[in-house]
Design a protein around this ligand. Structure first.
Ligand code: SF4
Ligand code: SF4
Length: 108
């Protein structure tokens, strides 16, 4: 195969048969604020741990909404619960509480 020096972006197509939407419903029942997220990325941009690790709350929430939570949830183990993301969230979501609830529900 010819090496063009770049790769195609991996497809973001969702396999609905594989997606597990029930867990996000469970999260929303416990933390209704999860529905307020507008995926602005302010939490990820200001994250203390994000400088040194892969933790990205915006990506985690998006992946939960899409029912493909397995890959990104381990990121939350790097969260230090400093609360900076709570301060900057334009939707006023208590992100620290949200992260703790996600860890509880998904047993991470
Ligand atoms: S800052 Fe708030 S609204 Fe923006 S992506 Fe993070 S949790 Fe969602
Ligand atoms: S609480 Fe966690 S996700 Fe939020 S800014 Fe601090 S380390 Fe990042």
């Amino acid at each position: 195969m010819i090496d063009f020096g770049y790769n195609l972006t991996p497809s973001s197509t969702l396999d609905i048969d594989d997606a597990n939407m029930h867990l996000f419903d469970e999260l929303c029942a416990m933390e209704p604020d999860a529905l307020k997220c507008i995926s602005c990325g302010s939490c990820a941009a200001s994250c203390t741990a994000g400088v040194f690790t892969d933790v990205n709350l915006r990506k985690v929430l998006l992946s939960l909404q899409r029912g493909c939570e397995k890959d990104l949830l381990p990121q939350l183990k790097s969260c230090m619960l400093c609360g900076k993301c709570h301060i900057v969230c334009p939707r006023g979501i208590n992100t620290r509480h949200l992260i703790l609830s996600i860890c509880k529900i998904y047993k991470i």
